[in-house]
Design a protein. Sequence first.
Length: 223
Amino acid sequence: MSARDEIFANIRRSLGVSATAGPRHAAAAARIAAAAPGLRPQRGQGDQAARLATFVAQAQAVQTSFAQAAQMSDVPAAVAAFLRAHDLPARLRMGADARLAGLLWREAGLEATQGASAGDDLNAVSCADAGVAETGTLAFFSGPHNPTTLNFLPDNHIVVLRACDVAPDYESVWALARARFGAGVLPRTVNFVTGPSRSADIEQKLLLGAHGPRRLHVVVVEG
């Protein structure tokens, strides 16, 4: 028995309960389920159009750039336009996301490869699992479809976000994660990204790309 197990065993003996007390577990679950939700900021609330407008405004305030696509099939052309505008090579790294894998990257003149980044990729493209209107933040659930390295190592991170996936607040994103993965299960990492990487540690001068991408570009898919 480990020290931890011994401590919990002593606590149970003092309370006169066992580790498999079903009624106690049920009572605790009922209390959690019946708990009143906490206060949520008004800023991110509203219908889909209002949430998206707030998200864009908040994200642009921290140097996030935007483009629009009517549907997913228009994403490669929007990505290619961004790369051309910044004189960047037409090469992308992405995860094994079925939404991205099914797009016609070559027809847009782009070379897209799959897998985690080893640090030598200049450009990456990802699908965000959600956006947070409250702060203009993107949420990424890690996994083969979305390697965490793509969020931090490439110099330019291009993110595809469906308008319908913009949530009002962080609480809604956690509710989405619980619904998607099941009770008591979460992905290994949940990354919240707000704008490109920045630091003002040296002489209070803002430097982009200090600890991650220097550019964050979001393609909002309306359809």
